[in-house]
Design a protein around this ligand. Structure first.
Ligand code: SF4
Length: 850
């Protein structure tokens, strides 16, 4: 105790004691300890405060945090947090002795590579590092409530401690529990302003005389019921289609598909998993019997080798990336196979750059080397799998030299990667949409499943095949049956016994037996006039779907469109009725993360005006279609889910209050299943699939010589409806860009930062050029979040025949410097990109459905 007191006294010599003006405002571990050891008053101190020269620096240049060195006690927690928890190494201690101070690279936050994750702020014990938004808006002592809930952005599902004052969120911190163990990324920690945006929808809107005008919820429900029933009488239930949402809760997705199937009478229900991980559901389902991540997210830190392909993991799943870096610090080999030199490459033992769309070829090449060099796990193959002989015959043709010709990966590098992966004690595969968004997406996933089975790298901790799901609840939305071919728990709509069981549980006489339309098929059917009415919950196909010129035509051709959302999205501007929904922090329910962990959502703040949780809005519509059942809360819906979904049978909100549960949870006493396929695969034996390489649907030509790829970035999420209304995120990333190799810019005589015109067979956009050797010469990468340079105006809607995912990762394009005067940059927020809708195909009076 005596030594602690002395050490504390030393710390205080570096610390400006004026607590009255401290940004921590009493939320200070140093202050608490000073009182505890009774050296809070200067007269009790043995060593006088003597701030080193230059200690009164304030750095307010970061978009998210302020640094006040006068309050820093040089404990180095921030440096350790940045280095050892987030793996970013932005901060370090400078100089010696009394003159030591904390500094970001280049001595200034705004000039450093700090990406704003805020881990340093969370761990700073004094007011030296503070959240900018908190200091500007509220004092820490004014915080009235803390609510634990689940992040509404990516599929990691980080647990958030939401601080609330006067029904407004004023700060978010990470909770020290799985899956994030206190860690957050910049979106989860600082991207919450959108919740209190003045642009939130707080009333229903109905189109009258061509304009969307406010209406009561009950008027809106009446109109929706009337119009959908009219369309159903005139053209049958399959003339209506619905898009559920990976942003909404399990309970909401469950009710949505139930409404479409039992209320409307169609299986035309799908959601944006079709655009991200439909091949995972199909491929892993066929190989293993379960189309989900085989292991949990934190377990990745236990791997000895991690093969990352098609996953820009530090930007798209930042907290998952911290576990990969944990493994790297332990000495694990990281193999990155990606056409772009993404950020995680700096931690890689081996980076192989393949030509876009050649994934089956390089995976078959790895399999070929593993078999040829005797590295396969024979005992696993014999005891746990089927189909090896047919598979081996196909793989034999993919020698490293042939693979080098197809993929551009040097034969020797391929051999090194094969030995590294197969030779590891525990090797994990991590992949995302770089693997799935291809016309061969299902083949790519089947090939990765082959790789794990050939080497026995599955069914144990720290191994497995780990698809990183894009949106917060894309796993749950699939689990809940928001798909055209299955009910909740992936039970087939074509199975008469299952149909009967579900109909009995729902109290209805009839359920449709034919598989419905998928996302892209719905848009084709709307353009053709076969689908006449559509219900869109929380999706924005006018920015997220491929070939959006075609989507515009399709939506304009509908007779009746309902959009339920938190903002007037681009898609909502085409709607006849808009229903105002609650955001993730305004409702109860559950999300299921990438690692199959079902986690609670809790209401931190109330929704604005007439906005309601989606489950309440769907429940009201369901009643108008005569569906039995009235739900008073989300927990009651989960209880119903448990009765019809074997993998969720033991899950309830009450259990989730105290337990971490990974499905399958077959009964109320079951502890959940963090690792799948431990002693046998879900389907019994794992099934090898012989898969041959097929080139992408569209290859470069003399007219379209570049390869276009699209994807995500750290600061924005999906179609930007939320992140582009968050000021900190917009300060980091206000404008769209096209990454293009510097040699290509020079060849085109374009300007870095000047606009490029990018053209494909489907359309053209102008977008600022960002010179970067992250991309290979001859390729262009454009993030799809920005409506003013909408990448999906260019993408190809060609589908994978099995999973029906479009080929968003490869399109042939032409790139020229834009000769038009430079466009004004958007600067901040969501620019008004929506094209006014053309008149809907009118069954009701044109432009007025009332
Ligand atoms: Fe949210 Fe994903 Fe960031 Fe975690 S990693 S805070 S879930 S966006």
């Amino acid at each position: 105790e005596s030594l602690r007191r002395i050490n504390l006294d030393f710390h205080l010599t570096d610390h400006d004691m004026d607590c009255a003006v401290c940004d921590a405002d009493g939320a200070c571990e140093l202050q608490d300890l000073s009182y505890h050891y009774e050296i809070g008053a200067t007269k009790n101190r043995t060593i006088p405060t003597e701030l080193a020269p230059g200690s009164r620096n304030r750095d307010t240049s970061s978009p998210v945090l302020n640094f006040n060195s006068a309050l820093c006690i040089k404990c180095e927690r921030c440096v350790r947090a940045c280095d050892e928890i987030q793996g970013k190494q932005v901060l370090s201690m400078m100089h010696r002795g009394r003159f030591t101070f904390v500094s970001p690279e280049f001595m200034q936050w705004s000039r450093s590579s700090c990406d704003g994750c805020g881990e340093c702020v969370q761990l700073c014990p004094t007011g030296a590092l503070t959240e900018k938004a908190l200091v500007e808006r509220v004092r820490a002592k004014d915080i009235q409530r803390h609510v634990q809930t689940t992040c509404g952005y990516c599929g990691v599902g980080c647990q958030l401690d939401v601080h609330v004052k006067n029904d407004r969120i004023v700060r978010i911190r990470g909770v020290e529990t799985p899956p994030n163990d206190g860690r957050l990324c910049v979106k989860g920690r600082f991207g919450y302003d959108f919740i209190h945006s003045p642009e939130r929808l707080d009333t229903a809107l109905i189109r009258r005389n061509g304009e969307l005008v406010p209406a009561s919820l009950s008027e809106a429900f009446d109109l929706i019921a009337t119009r959908f029933k009219e369309i159903r009488s005139a053209a049958g239930p399959d003339a209506i289609a619905g898009l559920a949402s990976a942003k909404c809760s399990n309970e909401e997705n469950y009710l949505f598909q139930k409404f479409m199937r039992a209320g409307i009478g169609t299986n035309n229900v799908d959601h944006c998993a079709r655009l991200c991980h439909a091949p995972t559901v199909a491929g892993l389902g066929a190989a293993f019997g379960s189309g989900a991540m085989t292991n949990t997210i934190p377990e990745i830190a236990e791997a000895d080798c991690i093969l990352i392909t098609g996953a820009n993991v530090t930007e798209t799943h930042p907290v998952t990336a911290t576990y990969i870096r944990d493994a790297h610090r332990r000495g694990a080999d990281i193999i990155v196979i990606d056409p772009r030199r993404i950020d995680i490459v700096r931690d890689a033992t081996l980076w192989l750059r393949q030509r876009s769309g050649t994934d089956v070829a390089w995976i078959n090449g790895l399999l070929n080397v593993i078999i040829t060099e005797g590295l396969a796990d024979q005992s696993f193959i014999e005891n746990r799998t089927d189909g090896f002989a047919e598979f081996q015959a196909v793989v034999a043709g993919y020698t490293p030299d042939r693979v080098e010709e197809i993929t551009g990966i040097a034969a020797e590098d391929l051999r090194r990667a094969a030995r590294m992966y197969a030779g590891a004690e525990r090797a994990a595969i991590v992949y995302a949409m770089g693997i799935t968004q291809h016309t061969t997406g299902t083949d790519n996933v089947l090939s990765l499943a082959n790789l794990a089975m050939l080497t026995g790298q599955i069914g144990r901790r720290g191994t497995g095949v780990n698809p990183l799901r894009g949106q917060n609840n894309v796993q749950g939305a699939c689990d809940m049956g928001s798909l055209p071919n299955v009910y909740a728990g992936y039970r087939k709509v074509t199975d008469a016994t299952v149909r009967e069981e579900i109909a009995a549980a729902w109290g209805v006489d009839f359920l449709p037996a034919e598989v419905g339309l998928s996302v892209v098929e719905m848009m084709h059917a709307a353009a053709d006039g076969q689908v006449r009415g559509m219900y869109v919950m929380g999706e924005n196909p006018l920015l997220s779907d491929p070939d959006i010129t075609h989507v515009e035509e399709a939506l304009a051709n509908l007779e009746f469109l309902v959009v339920q959302d938190i903002f007037l999205s681009q898609t909502a501007t085409y709607a006849d009725v808009v229903l105002p929904a609650a955001a993730f922090a305004e409702k109860e329910g559950t999300f299921t993360n990438s690692g199959r962990s079902v986690q609670l959502l809790r209401e931190a703040v109330p929704p604005p005006g007439d906005a309601r949780p989606d489950w309440e809005l769907i429940g009201e519509l369901s009643r108008r279609f005569g569906l039995p059942g009235r739900y008073t809360d989300a927990a009651q819906i989960m209880d119903e889910v448990a009765t019809v979904t074997p993998s969720y049978a033991g899950i309830s909100h009450a259990r989730l209050e105290t337990e971490e549960l990974h499905w399958p949870v077959p009964n109320a006493d079951h502890p959940g299943t963090p690792v799948l396929h431990t002693t046998k695969f879900t389907r019994g034996a794992g099934l090898f699939h012989p898969v041959d390489y097929i080139p992408p649907a569209e290859l470069p030509s003399s007219e379209y010589p570049f390869v276009l790829s699209t994807g995500r970035m750290l600061y924005h999420y999906h179609t930007g409806t939320m992140t582009r209304r968050s000021s900190a995120l917009n300060r980091f990333a206000p404008d769209a860009y096209a990454e293009i190799h510097p040699d290509d810019i020079a060849r085109l005589e374009g300007r870095v930062g000047g606009d490029l015109r990018v053209t494909t067979r489907r359309g053209e956009i102008t977008v600022p050029a960002r010179a970067s050797d992250r991309v290979a010469p001859g390729t262009v990468f454009i993030p799809f979040h920005y409506c003013e340079s909408a990448a999906n105006r260019l993408t190809n809607a060609a589908l994978d025949p099995v999973s029906k995912i479009p080929e968003l990762k490869v399109a042939a394009c032409q790139v020229t410097p834009a000769l038009t005067p430079e466009r004004p940059r958007s600067g901040r927020g969501v620019p008004d990109c929506a094209t006014p809708p053309v008149q809907h195909r009118a069954a009701a009076p044109a432009g007025d459905h009332t």
